[in-house]
Design a protein around this ligand. Structure first.
Ligand SMILES: Nc1nc2c(c(=O)[nH]1)N[C@H]1C(S)=C(S)[C@@H](COP(=O)(O)OP(=O)(O)OC[C@H]3O[C@@H](n4cnc5c(=O)[nH]c(N)nc54)[C@H](O)[C@@H]3O)O[C@H]1N2
Ligand SMILES: Nc1nc2c(c(=O)[nH]1)N[C@H]1C(S)=C(S)[C@@H](COP(=O)(O)OP(=O)(O)OC[C@H]3O[C@@H](n4cnc5c(=O)[nH]c(N)nc54)[C@H](O)[C@@H]3O)O[C@H]1N2
Ligand SMILES: [Mo]
Length: 777
């Protein structure tokens, strides 16, 4: 039920935290954070824009060329007009074509991997619900991995036994107590902590604020002077290497350690495996090239003397290397965190309070101690006796799969074959902004026989679909969420604020109805006979059982739901003293890691056995194809970091855009040197291009970025102008990025290894139309 009282704000939550939303019962009036915080999170103000945006999908729509002959669609996806159809017609069309394709081509022809940051909540999980329906219908092709940590999450288990990127970090109180030096290496927590996969617990920035006032030595290694460096001001040093060269920089530091006998031999002997082989590479004994500071300096663009100073500083102090993820979203991205861990191992501080490395302080408030908690259960992606994914493709290889059906490829030591995908359904992801090389994607996108998109908004993906289904935002339905992916700090009701807009339906209801169309009794199988509130009560009841084991008692569900209040979980003294790898450090034999040797693998026999030239068996410097070392004069390194006032592409249409748009489009950060060389002034429209595509963006000229590097944050909506050479008017960075795997080990996203050209734009004035729905909508 929509809340009809106008006086009391409704409590709900998004990835960007618990929020209070004011409504008059029909319209959303305003929204704000529900937790007390000294750091305003701009995303929390955007609920009215989300619910009432002119770019909402209002009705089911179908592409003309598809409707003309659904068995054999005509026209070009992305160039066709859309026609309004009824829900009944839309679901009938989907059911008929789904049946036809499944019968003729089998379950692997149906791609339901549907990656993306759908709204949070334990029940209305778009892709999970899609997969649940496809499990009922007989299986599908899913995906493995993610765009976030594609390389790191595959390499780290070989090295440390766990993925490290989604695991709790040594607790913040201990970092503040014990660390002397903290290094943010390719991390921008001021931006990235605005969100979490559940809802943000909003504690992370507060911890970084304490760090700022701690008097510790703080260093940020990033080609761009990020919001975080600005936030730390004088208390942080900024070192700006060339993009993609961090392994060389780390090797230079490591070599300096060895030269001075500053490395921790005892730790290396007791806790690591294969160091000697790596050491031969480091010193050049095996290949004749000593990876010393003088070698590293011209590669990474950091002076030799600085590299040597870092080695001394790190080895003589309790040092914590906080690794972010931008640097592994690159060709050979696997090497980055492997080398970071190797460097930390050489420093010998892994497993100490406040020393070693951590790969999630910048994400989901890692290090904020885990509470004793009643943790919610959540919706599962398969029905009883259903068929789960019959096949999985590495998530960022989707275009390669469409281009090369049946083609063989290597993944993580396995020889695999791409399925022959004929039907793609995306629910809860924005693959036309998240995937690399948009123009190549658009070509590959013509291949499937059917593309269905479930969306709240007319995204570029929706504009390239055959059928577009209008879906509710999370403010038009009821749900539950925890805050903090690691802390479980709060349990929050996500109460419906207003009625569904237009003809929008919940993903759950769409797939429930399709299940019934698929087979008699399908709806009951899909829903297990439960509606929204019954499911929420189930998840809450399980939370109560889990909580009981932790000494946490929840009020009865009805009372909780009525109260419109979140529940804060009690602190745990034990968890507040958590030190990652403490037990292993104390007794490596008794508490081995789950690696083959039980130790930190600096050399991996398993990886050696795969024989991958693009992922050697110990951390190595391999020059990417596109980097400053291969750039022609005038070419620039392209950075696509995550945006401050969006979650990827989410909210690009919102009023927040006024805070960052330049010349009406996505801002592009460039150094004054690069601006002068091209006659570009602050605020100008620039054209940026390479052989993959071209975009227009608004120039932000600042010394806060390394010369030779430009940044376009990821997530601007593609707005390709076919009448003007296909230029993207809104500055969508993936029009320019290269679509190659990090390596054949993990096949991760490598967007941050791309070169571009840039000039002042002198063409006709082109207005951004990305947020105008199709004329007929
Ligand atoms: N160049 C470059 N590219 C990148 C990155 C980069 O660093 N550089 N980063 C990569 C990373 S790490 C990621 S995680 C991806 C992010 O890629 P995505 O997660 O795909 O990006 P979002 O913009 O969050 O897309 C979520 C979509 O889900 C829709 N949605 C929200 N709620 C619901 C719902 O309840 N139901 C349905 N059906 N839809 C809903 C939203 O409207 C939105 O369009 O981008 C990747 N792409
Ligand atoms: N506000 C907001 N928060 C978010 C997101 C969002 O879209 N908006 N996205 C969320 C998601 S899904 C994810 S995966 C995380 C992403 O978290 P990250 O991947 O850590 O975020 P990025 O901004 O891609 O990269 C972090 C920093 O790495 C730097 N960097 C890039 N390349 C290099 C390099 O070669 N060397 C060095 N030293 N630094 C480099 C970038 O300049 C950037 O400042 O953030 C999450 N948080
Ligand atoms: Mo991500």
């Amino acid at each position: 039920m929509a809340n009809s009282s106008s006086s009391k704000p409704v409590l709900t939550a998004a990835h960007w935290g618990p929020m209070l939303v004011e409504t008059d019962g029909e319209r959303v009036l305003s929204s704000r954070g529900a937790l007390e915080s000294r750091h305003l999170n701009s995303l929390q103000t955007a609920v009215p824009d989300q619910v009432h945006s002119k770019t909402r999908v209002r009705y089911p729509m179908a592409r003309k060329g598809f409707l003309a002959s659904p068995d054999k669609p005509q026209g070009v996806r992305g160039q066709d007009e859309y026609v309004r159809i009824s829900w009944d017609e839309a679901l009938r069309l989907i059911d008929t074509q789904h049946r036809r394709i499944r019968e003729s081509a089998g379950p692997s022809a149906i791609f339901a991997g549907s990656y993306g940051w759908r709204s949070n909540g334990v029940f209305h999980k778009a892709a999970t619900l899609l997969q649940r329906y496809m499990s009922l219908a007989g299986g599908y092709t899913g995906h493995s991995g993610d765009y976030s940590t594609g390389a790191a999450q595959v390499i780290m288990p070989y090295v440390l036994g766990g993925n490290e990127v989604y695991q709790q970090q040594t607790s913040w109180p201990l970092v503040l107590e014990h660390s002397d030096v903290v290094v943010l290496w390719s991390a921008n927590p001021l931006n990235t902590l605005k969100i979490a996969w559940n809802a943000s617990d909003e504690q992370g920035i507060g911890w970084f604020e304490k760090l700022k006032r701690s008097g510790k030595r703080l260093i940020c290694i990033d080609p761009m002077r990020s919001e975080t460096v600005d936030f730390f001001g004088d208390s942080m040093e900024w070192l700006a290497p060339h993009m993609g060269t961090d392994v060389a920089l780390m090797l230079g530091i490591a070599h300096t350690l060895v030269e001075n006998d500053w490395h921790d031999r005892a730790f290396l002997a007791a806790c690591t495996h294969g160091y000697a082989i790596f050491a031969d590479y480091l010193t050049g004994a095996s290949d004749g090239v000593a990876k010393d500071a003088a070698w590293a300096a011209p590669i990474c663009g950091i002076p030799e003397s600085t590299i040597r100073e870092l080695a001394q500083l790190f080895s003589q102090n309790r040092t914590l290397l906080m690794g972010g993820w931008g640097m592994q979203r690159q060709q050979y991205g696997e090497q980055k965190h492997w080398m970071l861990v190797t460097l930390a191992a050489m420093l010998g501080q892994i497993g100490t309070p406040g020393g070693g490395f951590g790969l999630s302080y910048h994400f989901a408030n890692g290090g904020n101690p885990t509470r004793r908690a009643a943790v919610l259960a959540s919706m599962q992606g398969s029905v009883k006796d259903g068929t789960d994914a019959v096949e999985k493709i590495p998530v960022a290889r989707i275009v390669e799969a469409l281009e090369n059906p049946g083609g063989e490829y290597q993944h993580n030591g396995q020889q695999k074959r791409f399925p022959d995908i004929r039907f793609v359904w995306w629910a809860g992801g924005a693959n036309f902004t998240h995937h690399q090389d948009t123009n190549r994607l658009i070509r590959a996108w013509q291949k499937p026989e059917l593309v269905v998109i479930s969306e709240c908004f007319w995204t570029a993906a929706a504009r390239h679909a055959d059928i577009v289904l209008p879906i509710t935002t999370s403010f038009e339905r009821n749900d539950l969420t925890m805050t903090g992916d690691y802390s479980n700090q709060h349990l929050v009701p996500m109460k419906q604020v207003v009625a569904p807009q237009g003809e929008a339906r919940n993903d759950f209801d769409v797939f429930a109805e399709l299940s019934e169309r698929w087979e008699a009794g399908g709806m009951a199988r899909f829903t297990e006979g439960k509606d929204e509130m019954a499911w929420l009560e189930t998840f809450y009841t399980i939370a109560g059982e889990r909580g009981a084991a932790q000494g946490v008692t929840l009020p009865p569900f009805a009372e909780f739901w009525e109260a419109n209040q979140l529940i804060e979980m009690p602190e745990s003294e034990k968890n507040a003293r958590f030190v990652r790898f403490a037990a292993f450090r104390e007794d490596p034999q008794g508490n081995p890691l789950s690696t083959p040797s039980g130790k930190i693998e600096i050399y991996s026999e398993r990886i050696a056995a795969f024989g991958y030239a693009d992922c050697p068996p110990h951390p190595s410097w391999i020059a990417p194809d596109e980097w400053h070392g291969s750039a022609e004069p005038g070419q620039l390194e392209l950075l696509s970091s995550h945006p401050a006032h969006r979650l990827h592409s989410q909210l690009n249409y919102a009023h927040l855009r006024e805070q960052y748009a330049v010349a009406g489009r996505e801002p592009l950060t460039l150094n004054p040197e690069d601006a002068r060389a091209r006659g570009i002034e602050n605020g100008d429209v620039v054209r940026v291009w390479n052989d993959r595509g071209q975009v227009l963006a608004g120039a932000v000229v600042t010394d806060g970025i390394r010369p030779g590097t430009v940044c376009l944050h990821q997530g601007a909506w593609p707005d390709l102008d076919r009448d003007n050479g296909g230029v993207c008017k809104n500055g969508a960075v993936n029009v320019l990025t290269r679509d190659v795997p990090t390596s054949r080990l993990s096949n991760g996203c490598a967007a941050n290894s791309s070169l571009v050209w840039m000039e002042k734009y002198r063409g006709p004035a082109l207005t951004v139309t990305a947020f105008d729905p199709p004329a007929s909508a």
